[in-house]
Design a protein around this ligand. Sequence first.
Ligand SMILES: *[C@@H]1O[C@H](CO)[C@@H](O)[C@H](O)[C@H]1NC(C)=O
Ligand SMILES: *[C@@H]1O[C@H](CO)[C@@H](O)[C@H](O)[C@H]1NC(C)=O
Ligand SMILES: *[C@@H]1O[C@H](CO)[C@@H](O)[C@H](O)[C@H]1NC(C)=O
Ligand SMILES: *[C@@H]1O[C@H](CO)[C@@H](O)[C@H](O)[C@H]1NC(C)=O
Length: 527
Amino acid sequence: MNPALGWGTTTFLLLLAAVVCHGHVERQEQWEEVPQLGESRFGSLWPLPQNVVISPVAFMLRSSSFQIVHSAESSAGPGCSILQSAFRRYFEYMFGYTKNQGGNTKKGQDSEVTELQVWITSADSECDAYPSVTSDESCEFPEPMNFLIFFTCFLFINKTDVQDFPRFAHRGLLLDSSRHFLPVKVILANLEAMAMNKYNVFHWHIVDDNSFPYESTVFPDLSRKGAYHPYTHIYTPTDVKMVIEFARMRGIRVISEFDTPGHTQSWGKGQMDLLTSCYSGENPTGSFGPVNPILNSTYDFMAKFFKEVSLVFPDTYIHLGGDEVDFTCWKSNPDIQAFMQEHGFDKDFKKLESYYIQKLLDIVGSTKKGYMIWQEVFDNGVKLKPDTVVEVWMGSNYQEELQNVTAAGFSTILSAPWYLDYISYGQDWQRYYKVEPLAFKGTDAQKKLVIGGEACLWGEYVDATNLTPRLWPRASAVAERLWSNQNVTDVGDAYNRLTQHRCRMVARGIPAEPLFVGYCDQEYKGL
Ligand SMILES: *[C@@H]1O[C@H](CO)[C@@H](O)[C@H](O)[C@H]1NC(C)=O
Ligand SMILES: *[C@@H]1O[C@H](CO)[C@@H](O)[C@H](O)[C@H]1NC(C)=O
Ligand SMILES: *[C@@H]1O[C@H](CO)[C@@H](O)[C@H](O)[C@H]1NC(C)=O
Ligand SMILES: *[C@@H]1O[C@H](CO)[C@@H](O)[C@H](O)[C@H]1NC(C)=O
């Protein structure tokens, strides 16, 4: 095969530096534009590629003759599981799931595209590896951009050149499976939607105060006693493996979060003496506070638990939480008071918190994993490994926090302006869209330390019934902000593209909510 094929031949060539580029092959099924919408000169592309030139020259694709193949020069071949899975997925996105091969157009016309060649140019194709923060997601693509479809299995595409790469390496989405249990099916559907929006990190806030659905093999009582239900509302090791593999096939990292020392009520049910006993005067009240930081048994437990977690979750990072620690219970406990005196912490409970976190970080650091933490850990002056990623989440003054974190030389991700669990009337996606993550005072070197951001959907008011429509397409706005060029800021153009992108998600079975009045040619049909 000739890799230098030009237009007018029957082959597309797709150059990929790595296998994790999500591609842009799109299906647009509108016969007419929705009247009140404008037409973007970029059609329905979302997120907008870094460079894209669409020409009026058109090619035809037919499901009966079109195929996606490996270029002879590619460093990956048919043994590449991640590519084979992508080929199948995109073929189905393009032509639907129909087997109908009908057609009355002559085969082999000059204007028909019959082949898409995929050429992985990097020496390491990462076919069997897990994606990482350094994965190369860039690609070049004479991009098929559909503007018309005649029959189910015919589509026309404009000749389009694309060079694309993400602006930020970490484009994450946080889902919370503790406040409400999220069935695996719902998680997989959202990983699929994430890939459609070029998200590449699933931040799995898997346990919290309310329930402990992660089934540990070393400490099975944690979920047996701490989950909402010991076998219907848990993630078994098999479930977790399935989520990780499904994500890998879509270029998505799974970063698990096991938040301590606060947010741990559910841990206490299955692990004796892990939490601090709260006192009223001289007497225990029977209620519990954060993890007990003064017992050796606490650290023995953490070492064993995080050893397991580091093996179960292959990503090189673990999120260790560290947010919102309530000191009331620690303050009430006489043993803790004595420990504070002994260690010269006086009445400064932040020092006790730091003492705990420091020991935890050393434990997790020894598993050779990197860690991410919420901003309080940094704010409290805990000594962090240089590769620590600090997540900035507090709404007030997040620009100054970014400034402080990067001035101290740490990588950071921003989630403060992207808490999607806050909902309101109207098009709040625009507010997320207008955020500029680098709009803080700092040197170029500081700005480089902002490796991305995360949209967060906390689970207090969300379960399988409403998670997906609440998330999409609002999270798509964050996705474009994190992927596209800094100068892609036209809200009107975004509206026109996002409306079509949302209909595309709906056509692919994702119940993404509408942006405003209007319709999709293919409305959501339910399950
Ligand atoms: C695609 O090609 C058609 C037909 O030549 C043209 O009318 C249309 O404007 C092109 N689309 C874009 C987005 O440039
Ligand atoms: C806890 O561990 C420390 C350091 O390893 C040791 O000095 C101390 O005696 C231990 N305390 C108990 C109660 O075992
Ligand atoms: C940033 O650091 C300065 C100087 O230490 C401090 O006064 C300020 O409160 C910090 N800002 C935030 C948001 O923590
Ligand atoms: C954004 O900047 C790039 C060059 O950095 C340019 O090619 C592109 O046309 C610009 N896009 C917009 C929407 O202004």
